[in-house]
Design a protein around this ligand. Structure first.
Ligand SMILES: Nc1ncnc2c1ncn2[C@@H]1O[C@H](COP(=O)(O)OP(=O)(O)OP(=O)(O)O)[C@@H](O)[C@H]1O
Ligand SMILES: O=P(O)(O)OC[C@H]1O[C@H](OP(=O)(O)OP(=O)(O)O)[C@H](O)[C@@H]1O
Ligand SMILES: O=C(O)c1cccnc1
Length: 485
């Protein structure tokens, strides 16, 4: 690929300082070879949704492949007078050597299941924490938000217009990538096309219209330059009295004589439902049934739903600031928690206790299974199990709520799939990321497969993510060990 995701930036040091102080401590205390297990998971879907979309794995892979410390980094760390010289020498030759398992990008995921599991030396596992979290948190947040906007539009295309109001460069670039996974048709961010192949698209700005003596002249020059892709911004002066009549004139006087059609008009202010209906009528009366009406202006999934409920005649939407910043809930709260350590080859589960039951971690080296209805292919529930458990889908399987254990469900006629795939084994990458279009298609297929009850925006049905009984027992044992009287 022409574009190097991280360019020439020095990102190895993009980590919380405590990763380095802990790593130095493990090194000094003879723990550098200790094997640990970390899980990365989130606790709550943004926007009270029923599911989220995981994204960002390709960038995680690249980061880990490139994770090296150069002389400048070592010199900088030395200047802090906190790190042992032997540790600095160790960092100089550092290469990630662990195993990573991850749920592929574009998969619908649910709270409390490991999206990524790391089995590595203590130092390796600690050093990758920050980048793993920030990458997956950001792209999953935007893919999830974009998918909501896309679903609200009920098949009408969504164009991503957010760069200008995104949170910094990477917010725009990787945000556009994530939004594409979530289902937008393209982006105004040219670099995201050059870099990742997210189709670049767009219309025109108000400045174009203002640059000319008249709106008509502005439209005319545009149509002459872009007769095959002419979408005119019609709200600079007055949509009904000026914008639409001028757009219709352009079609009749400029485009049709060239054998071309007016592709679209864009409304960017005012009462969009009212204006779109008026525009549709006027366009149809001028025999421009095929001219699309595009709407934009601080849209999100809620306004789009509202507009369509009002009978707005809109064919596609441009959505910027509220999508690229996930304005309604701008944090995807993935955390990275120690789940086990190895001592003499034995896996010893570890737990983090909290007053808040939901914040008690799931111990052990685990796997995530998705149980699908054999006939309909819809996911029924996910089960987090210990790594050596196998869910036998030839027999009925009973799932139960971890807290209200009497709430049980016997699942029959299902098949079980392991959700995580191996990504790194012994430090070597064993996974080839699918193309972005493949990820996007897969995401659509998997979301289509979810029950509608899980997909609704208001009070969605809670999808079951249950623990296997072995894992539940392991967790209860540890809770028992740490309940101080
Ligand atoms: N019919 C409608 N129903 C619900 N929301 C709408 C409707 N029409 C527009 N909106 C939304 O209402 C908000 C109006 O934004 P704002 O108050 O900035 O008005 P504006 O039309 O953009 O004004 P300006 O002409 O100053 O740009 C936007 O988020 C827009 O998407
Ligand atoms: O509202 P958003 O969802 O973020 O969509 C992008 C917005 O960005 C542009 O406005 P801007 O005022 O920046 O420029 P313009 O004068 O070209 O319209 C565009 O016209 C949209 O209104
Ligand atoms: O191409 C557009 O219409 C566009 C691009 C960026 C922001 N708003 C609109």
């Amino acid at each position: 690929m022409y574009y190097n995701n991280f360019g020439d930036r020095k990102l190895p040091m993009l980590m919380d300082f405590y990763e380095l102080t802990m790593a130095n401590g493990y090194f000094a205390n003879g723990m550098k070879e200790d094997i640990v297990y970390f899980d990365m998971f989130f606790r709550k879907n943004p926007d009270g949704a029923g599911f989220s979309i995981v994204a960002g794995l390709e960038q995680v892979i690249q980061y880990i492949k490139e994770l090296k410390f150069n002389d400048h980094d070592i010199e900088y760390l030395r200047s802090k007078n906190m790190f042992k010289e032997e540790f600095l020498q160790y960092l100089k030759n550092f290469k990630f050597s662990g195993d990573i398992y991850a749920i592929p990008e574009g998969t619908p995921v649910f709270p409390n299941e490991p999206l990524i599991t790391v089995r590595a030396k203590s130092i390796d596992a600690q050093l990758i924490e920050t980048m793993l979290l920030l990458t997956i948190n950001h792209q999953s947040l935007i893919a999830t938000k974009a998918n909501r906007v896309v679903r609200a539009a009920k098949g009408r295309p969504i164009m991503e217009f957010g760069a200008r109001r995104s949170q910094g460069y990477d917010g725009a670039i990787y945000g556009a990538r994530a939004a594409y996974i979530g289902g937008v048709v393209g982006t105004a961010t040219t670099l995201a096309d050059e870099a990742f192949g997210v189709p670049a698209l767009g219309t025109m700005a108000h400045s174009w219209v203002q640059m000319y003596e008249s709106e008509y002249e502005a439209f005319k020059v545009y149509a002459e330059n872009y007769p095959d892709s002419c979408t005119l911004l019609i709200d600079t002066y007055n949509v009904i009295k000026s914008g639409i009549p001028n757009a219709i004139r352009i079609s009749k006087e400029i485009l049709e004589p060239m054998g071309k059609r007016l592709k679209g008009v864009r409304i960017d202010s005012g009462d969009i439902a009212y204006l779109s209906k008026k525009c549709r009528k006027m366009l149809n009366e001028a025999n421009l049934h095929d001219c699309a009406i595009v709407a934009s202006n601080s849209l999100d999934e809620f306004i789009i739903t509202d507009l369509l409920d009002q009978g707005a005649k809109i064919d596609s939407f441009g959505v910027g600031e509220r999508l690229i910043t996930a304005k309604s809930e701008p944090v995807f709260g993935c955390v990275y928690k120690l789940a086990a350590i190895e001592k003499n080859g034995e896996i010893i589960p570890k737990i983090k206790i909290s007053e808040n039951e939901e914040k008690i971690t799931n111990p052990g080296y685990k796997k995530v299974w998705r149980l699908y209805d054999k006939k309909a292919d819809n996911p029924i529930a996910d089960v987090v199990a210990l790594h050596n458990e196998v869910i036998d889908d030839t027999k009925p399987y009973t799932i139960f709520d971890e807290i209200h254990v009497w709430k049980k469900k016997k699942v029959t006629r299902f098949y079980a799939k392991n959700l995580q795939v191996p990504v790194f084994i012994g430090g070597e990458c064993v996974y080839e990321s699918p193309s972005l279009n493949e990820i996007r298609d897969y995401c659509k297929k998997e979301v289509d497969n979810l029950w509608n009850e899980v997909k609704r925006f208001t009070n969605p049905h809670t999808y079951y993510v249950d623990l296997s009984s072995d894992l539940w027992i392991c967790k209860q044992d540890l809770i028992g060990q740490y309940s101080f009287k």
